[in-house]
Every structure is written in structure tokens, then in C-alpha cells.
Design a protein around this ligand. Structure first.
Ligand code: NAD
Length: 455
């Protein structure tokens, strides 16, 4: 079996030979990736079910279709993206050709996370292939069934000269990171991201960090409680809250909370029935360690559970749970919840809520539900976050024309659609000059004469 270094060297040699660069090759590989997804859809669905008990519907929507669409979108736009971008010129350069050329970076490393284990590993790969790179992917070992399927299928469908899967957990990843890459694209926690950046700094490798954080959701002003509760419940409990863009906590007035909580309970019953443990439509916590962490946060909370709270360790199950009377120092406000627990904080005015959010780190996503456009505008203008969505949640990340990424500690860089292509490309500034206008050029040659500066 090849060592990590041998794999990297092999891909580097392929890149040097230019194998991954031609448009036709990129197209063939993207088409093969589409075939890989389509031919093996059932296997992928089984794998994510095994890893997370992911319902088929959620898996199709958030793993398969989104990836399929990204690959098709890249194929439809590749020609345009690859065109040189001609830029403005001045008097002195009017006879030159000045353009930006998107060039592949080289051998890039993509480190994926477990919560959407297909999507988060292969969608960045679509961008990296489209941009003409050689690619190493390192799926998360936590979602072991999907990791193993990706490792089996990628070499069968994609060029082994240009693409490889390296498996392993933290130790193998740390060893991998000692090598030089031309870009590192990391999805995961802020803690690990620090060591990724450190490792990258040794080789001055640029990084894209797709991280997480606590995504706030405001509900203020006039609002349709039934619709808001349904959209909120869907966004929060999709994948059992294990989404980087899941609404982490809710901010509203006490009167809104009083009207909203019954609507949330109603929506939960409608979606998951009287006993959510028996529905096939609810993902489980990925491992016992993750189950324990959320249970610990919940047990230490001083808030009052108004719905949910039940759990089953053997099944790694936590019922969709809503907790009220939460204060800023509550355990549920300590760190990203990343599980099916929704704390509600009450602030009488929207301004107090905004001020509170602005004392925190900038989140990956921020949501506001309101019938009043002035409320939506105010939240948009007075806060900052990676992405923003009004009157819904998490769905904005499925739009390939929008950049997906964080700001501040929720991440740096972005991807999806053209933004992925940009992330994995170098924008080479090109000036193609001929031999004309030598008299004009001579103005800048020594011997210098200051009178020439005012020309
Ligand atoms: P994880 O445990 O799957 O880790 C992510 C990757 O990092 C894996 O491939 C893993 O092998 C590797 N890794 C783990 N420890 C490492 C170490 N010490 N050194 C090097 N590599 C290491 O995922 P996670 O960290 O539990 O992910 C959860 C976090 O990721 C949450 O904060 C979530 O919000 C965030 N997230 C962000 C996005 C996004 O797109 N912005 C998507 C999903 C998850």
C-alpha cells in the first residue's frame, strides 16, 4: 500500500504533467462523479443511515441532490468560468491585453466532516476538479460507513492519477498535514481549525476554513407563529440539529415566546408524532461521545424544558427539546449545541437582542422571522454573520449562486458554485504587451527627469 507521501508525490507528478488541467478532462471527471453518485445512490443512502440514522428524504435532499446539482452547475458553467476576464485599461496600457486567468493551484487537500459526510467531502471536490486541481480528500472517520464507501468508489470512478482518498482520524490527519499542499480546505470545529492553520503556516499554504458556532434566530414584530414554528422546527431538527447552520438559540420577547412555544409543540407533533423516538424521520447523534456532550449541556442547564428532554443512550437518541428561561451564562449558551436542543432567551426589545448577539463571535448563519420588513432590515444591517436568511432557516446554503462560508471565527473563505471554482483557482494577473509605443515607454527609463513625472 502506498504511503501518504507516495500518494502526494504521485498526484504532484500528475499535476506537473498537466493531466488535470484540460477542460475536457475536468468535464469527464465531473461526469464520472455524477455517475458515481447516481449508480451508487442506494449505497450512499445506506451508509449515511448507518452512520447517523439519516432519513432517506433528508439524505437525498442534503447529501445526494445538492451534490448532483453542484456537479451539473459546474459542468454548465465551466466554459464561462475558465474564460479569461478582461479588465479595464488606461492610456499607457491601452494597446496591451490585460486579463485575469483562473489557474489551478496544484495538489489540494480537502478534509471533510461527519454531519453531512457525502456533501461536505464531495461538494468541495467538485470545485477543486472544476478548477483543474489534483485532489486528496480526507473524509471524516467519525462517519465510518460513508468514509469507507467514498474510499472504495472514488478510485473506481475518478482518475487515480489525479485524485485520491486518504483515510484516518486525527493522528493520520496530523501526519498528512506535515506535507506541503497548494491549498487546504477544512470543514469542522474551530479547535481543530487552529491546528490546521498552524500546520499550513509551515508551508505558507492558504486555507479555507468552514467552521461553525452558535447561529442566532430572532423572532420579533408581527409574525405568523404557525408558519414560523414549522420552518424553525424543520431547520433546527433537520439532521437532529447536527448542522453547522442550524439555528442554535432563539431570541424573542416573552409575549412572543408564550405564543411561539405552543406553535413549536404543535409543529413537533405534526412532524415527528407523539413519540419522536419512534419516527423514522429523525437522525440520531453520530456517536455516544456526541450524545454525551449534548446531554451534559442539557443536564447542566438551569432552564425549563417545555417539550422533549427524553433520551435513550443505546439509540443515541435525544428528543427534539425546547428549553426556556435561559440566561446568557447558561450551559446551553457555552458552546455550539450541535444537537436537537433549542434554548430560548427573552429580550423585550429587538435592540437588546441585537446588542446581545453582537457581544458574541460572528456566527456562520443568522436568521430572523418577522412580517415586518423594518425588523428584517434592522437585524441584517446591525449584525454580521457568514450567511443570512429571513423567514426560514438552513435553506440558503442550497443556493449554488450564493457563497457559503463564515466570517471571523465561523470560518474564512467560501465555496459552492462559482465560489468553489474561485477558491480552488489562482487569479493570475496577466498583461500581454507587444512592441508598440516605445517612445511612451522611454518616459520611465533612466536617466530620470522629474519633468517626465508630470506627463
Ligand atoms: P469531525 O470530527 O468530523 O472533524 C472534521 C475533520 O477534522 C475530520 O476529517 C477529522 O478527521 C479531522 N480532525 C479531527 N481532529 C483532528 C486533529 N486533531 N487534527 C487534524 N484533523 C483532525 O468534525 P467536527 O470537528 O466534530 O465537526 C463539527 C464542527 O464542524 C461544528 O462546529 C460544525 O459547526 C462545524 N461544521 C461546519 C460546517 C461548515 O460547512 N461550515 C459543516 C459541518 C460542520
Amino acid at each position: 500500500m502506498e504511503t501518504q507521501i507516495q500518494v502526494i508525490d504521485r498526484l504532484r507528478e500528475s499535476f506537473r504533467r498537466g493531466i488535470s488541467k484540460p477542460e475536457q478532462f475536468r468535464r469527464e471527471q465531473l461526469n464520472s462523479l455524477i455517475s458515481m453518485i447516481r449508480d451508487n445512490e442506494e449505497l450512499f443512502l445506506k451508509a449515511v443511515h448507518k452512520d447517523l440514522n439519516k432519513p432517506k428524504f433528508e439524505a437525498i435532499m442534503s447529501e445526494m441532490d445538492i451534490l448532483f446539482n453542484e456537479a451539473h452547475y459546474a459542468l454548465s458553467n465551466l466554459k464561462t468560468w475558465m474564460q479569461p476576464e478582461y479588465v479595464g485599461k488606461n492610456m499607457a496600457t491601452k494597446l496591451d491585453d490585460c486579463f485575469v486567468r483562473r489557474e489551478p493551484l496544484g495538489v489540494v487537500l480537502i478534509i471533510g466532516a461527519w454531519n453531512y459526510p457525502v456533501n461536505l467531502t464531495l461538494i468541495p471536490m467538485v470545485g477543486a476538479i472544476a478548477a483543474g486541481n489534483c485532489v486528496i480528500i480526507k473524509p471524516s472517520e467519525v462517519s465510518a460507513a460513508t468514509e469507507s464507501l467514498i474510499a472504495e468508489l472514488v478510485p473506481k470512478y475518478l482518475s487515480q492519477e489525479c485524485y485520491a482518498v486518504i483515510r484516518g482520524g486525527p493522528e493520520e490527519t496530523k501526519a498528512l498535514l506535515k506535507n506541503r499542499f497548494d491549498h487546504i480546505f477544512y470543514t469542522g470545529s474551530q479547535t481543530v481549525a487552529r491546528s490546521i492553520m498552524q500546520a499550513a503556516s509551515v508551508h505558507l499554504t492558504p486555507v479555507t476554513l468552514e467552521l461553525g458556532g452558535k447561529c442566532p434566530t430572532f423572532i420579533y414584530g408581527k409574525v405568523d407563529f404557525k408558519a414560523a414554528a414549522q420552518r424553525l422546527v424543520w431547520a433546527k431538527f433537520f439532521n437532529s440539529g447536527q448542522s453547522c447552520v442550524a439555528p442554535d438559540y432563539l431570541l424573542c420577547s416573552r409575549a412572543t415566546q408564550d405564543a411561539l412555544v405552543p406553535a413549536i409543540i404543535e409543529a413537533l407533533k405534526k412532524f415527528y408524532g407523539e413519540d419522536p423516538q419512534t419516527t423514522p424521520d429523525l437522525t440520531r447523534m453520530v456517536t455516544l461521545k456526541h450524545w454525551n456532550r449534548v446531554m451534559e449541556q442539557l443536564k447542566s442547564s438551569k432552564g425549563k424544558i417545555v417539550v422533549g428532554g427524553e433520551s435513550n443512550q443505546e439509540e443515541k437518541y435525544i428528543a427534539p427539546t425546547v428549553v426556556v428561561d435561559i440566561t446568557a451564562d447558561d450551559s446551553l449558551m457555552d458552546q455550539e449545541i450541535f444537537g436537537p436542543v433549542l434554548p430560548i432567551l427573552t429580550f423585550e426589545s429587538l435592540q437588546e437582542g441585537i446588542d446581545f448577539v453582537n457581544t458574541k463571535e460572528k456566527p456562520l448563519a443568522l436568521y430572523v422571522y418577522s412580517d415586518e420588513s423594518s425588523v428584517v432590515r434592522k437585524v441584517l444591517e446591525e449584525t454580521s454573520s457568514g450567511g443570512f436568511c429571513s423567514n426560514d432557516g438552513i435553506i440558503h446554503m442550497a443556493i449554488p449562486t450564493l457563497p457559503f462560508g463564515g466570517v471571523g471565527v465561523s470560518g474564512s473563505g467560501s465555496y459552492h458554485g462559482r465560489w468553489s471554482f474561485e477558491t480552488f483557482s489562482h487569479r493570475r494577473a496577466c498583461m500581454m504587451r507587444g512592441w508598440a509605443l516605445e517612445r511612451l515607454n522611454s518616459l520611465r527609463y533612466p536617466p530620470y527627469d522629474e519633468n517626465k513625472l508630470s506627463w
